[in-house]
Ligand binder design. Sequence first.
Ligand code: HEM
Ligand code: HEM
Length: 181
Amino acid sequence: MTLRNTPDSFGLVSRILHWTMALMILILLPLGLRLAGMQPSLSTLWLYGLHKTLGLTALALVLVRIVWHRISPPPAPIGPPAAWETRAAKVGHVALYVLMLAMPLSGWIASSATGIDVMFAERWVVPPIAPVSETIDQVGFAIHGILGKLLLALVVLHMAAAVKREMEGDGTLRRMIRGRA
Ligand code: HEM
Ligand code: HEM
């Protein structure tokens, strides 16, 4: 069992990062949509705290993932490099990375702008990264919402593509689960 990626397999580190973050994002998206639809109150405060803690953890993990990609590059996609599906998958993966960065950053900026302390695990105060400002608060959360819907759509497409390739039996999904196609 290798930790590093090889030219034709995903190592343990990339697979653990992929599936841990996938699970977190599949919790963060519906939780965020639920938060956006309700009035903050004392009894729902912990849900905001949970969303922020998970979201900031996702930011830390995506940074680790980007560094790991540089240390240990991922395998080439399965299939002919010129095929439209291969190119679409590449563009899709880059877009997923951009959104995995932009979502927590926009949430952190908008939350900082409210003037309420952003807490990690209900224990540590996370430093604000934007001044207190009603405009930044409103625009920031509007951007967080739009990007969130974009991420949701991309994740659905990404999952559908993975299932399609599994049904075609080309080993793409198996390689992300077990390492080898
Ligand atoms: C990968 C990370 C994240 C994802 C996928 C995510 C996703 C979402 C989504 C989909 C919404 C609903 C937005 C809407 O429909 O208007 C939302 C709302 C929210 N998010 Fe995030 N979020 C992430 C990280 C963060 C972080 C790091 C913070 C703060 C530190 C944060 C704070 C909030 C807050 C306070 C709301 C409620 C906004 C409102 O009441 O309108 N999020 N999030
Ligand atoms: C929910 C959030 C998810 C995100 C943000 C995400 C993101 C990514 C990214 C960026 C890659 C490129 C390789 C890497 O950098 O690790 C990737 C690869 C992959 N993902 Fe996901 N993923 C998610 C969920 C899923 C799910 C639920 C499945 C399965 C149904 C899946 C199946 C795959 C497969 C099979 C690959 C390998 C593609 C290849 O070899 O070219 N992903 N994912």
